[in-house]
Design a protein around this ligand. Structure first.
Ligand SMILES: CC(C)(COP(=O)([O-])OP(=O)([O-])OC[C@H]1O[C@@H](n2cnc3c(N)ncnc32)[C@H](O)[C@@H]1OP(=O)([O-])[O-])[C@@H](O)C(=O)NCCC(=O)NCCSC(=O)C[C@@](C)(O)CC(=O)[O-]
Length: 318
């Protein structure tokens, strides 16, 4: 399905805007009217950064994102600091950010300890993260898929008691950096298990056709890394398949320390440009996003990986 989409895009007119309009004309019947962006920059984006990023910078970054109209910002992780030292200050980050009414600030929790720490920090929403590949599960959370599901059941049941919502991730739903191609049924099985536990939303990177048989589109989200340069095409395909929650990362930040070669997530700025071109509502202020993008890229000392951000920011200085 993805390859047929790429084929279609290649035959559209050359400018991005024209391509978007043509896509709209071709597929408008299937495209949603509005979508929700779930920003993962502060967590997925920063977790892999080698330089130490101070808590204050993370807080200012999240505050800037909060001013953009985003409704969900994954703020940090409550994982082992031995495994992800960059996010060891999760509790401080949660204490210091200016939480805006109407904005959710979920965090990652791999186990019951993470959940307890998150609850102590006042977190109202957590995410558990499984994988469809045994090899990646072992590398990322040091247990098999079955063991992880048992752990997640404990987390979900404790979270429910605390009134905390839980989102579920299925990593390596298509391809694993360690073991190669992943059977779509394996992704669907893990997605189904997380959904069955009561996660309010499950996201898979792809393989929606298999997964849609077990989890409805309203409880799925797309989380696409740009490892092979196909993230925006995957996002477009997700929209066509009825997915209305899109995970994005400002400036295309990110990558997982336990997935070798993984690039950052699809850039928030690129997705906003796509959505605007398609006439799909998202409620996010692109100018504010560009402010946050410029802020974090300047701090990290490299240009944004988003082509749209580069173009818009160049116009600002022109
Ligand atoms: C799951 C574990 C903990 C197992 O790690 P382990 O080493 O098997 O477990 P452990 O129980 O032996 O714990 C090791 C140490 O960490 C401590 N510990 C244990 N748990 C916690 C906790 N919650 N908070 C704070 N500390 C904790 C624990 O107390 C112990 O400390 P020590 O006794 O050695 O001093 C570890 O593997 C881990 O933290 N993994 C997280 C890795 C991670 O965060 N990866 C990146 C996020 S996933 C991702 O990016 C993919 C995603 C979600 O974006 C989707 C996609 O793109 O595909």
């Amino acid at each position: 399905m993805l390859s047929s989409l790429c084929h279609t895009v290649q035959h559209l007119p050359k400018t991005a805007r024209a391509a978007q309009i043509s896509c709209r004309a071709l597929f408008s019947a299937q495209l949603p009217q509005d979508v929700m962006l779930y920003e993962v920059g502060p967590r997925d984006g920063l977790q892999n950064e080698k330089q130490n990023i101070s808590t204050d910078i993370k807080v200012e970054f999240i505050n800037k994102l909060s001013a953009s109209g985003l409704k969900a910002i994954e703020a940090t992780s409550f994982v082992s600091p031995k495994w992800v030292p960059q996010l060891a200050d999760g509790a401080d980050v949660m204490a210091k950010i200016n939480k805006q009414t109407g904005v959710r600030y979920p965090v990652l929790t791999p186990n019951i300890r993470g959940l307890e720490n998150a609850v102590k920090a006042g977190v109202k929403e957590v995410a558990i993260f499984g994988a469809a590949s045994e090899a990646f599960s072992k590398k990322n959370i040091n247990c098999s898929i079955d063991e992880s599901l048992k752990r997640f059941e404990e987390v979900v049941s404790a979270a429910k008691k605390e009134g905390v919502d839980v989102r579920g991730y299925v990593s390596c739903a298509v391809d694993c950096p360690y073991s190669g191609k992943v059977d779509p049924k394996a992704a669907a099985a893990v997605a189904g298990a997380l959904d069955g536990m009561g996660c309010y939303e499950v996201h898979v990177a792809n393989m929606f056709s298999a997964t849609l048989r077990v989890v409805p589109a309203s409880r799925l989200a797309a989380h696409c890394h740009d490892t092979y340069g196909q993230a925006i095409a995957n996002i477009y395909q997700s929209l066509l398949m009825g997915i209305r929650t899109l995970d994005t990362s400002i400036a295309g930040l990110g990558g997982c320390p336990y997935a070798k070669g993984a690039a950052g997530n699809v850039a928030t700025e690129d997705v906003l440009f796509l959505l605007d071109g398609l006439g799909i509502k998202h409620g996010v202020d692109l100018e504010r996003i560009l402010d946050a993008s410029k802020f974090i890229s300047t701090y990290l000392g490299r240009p944004s990986a988003s082509k749209a951000a580069q173009a818009f920011l160049a116009k600002r200085t022109a």
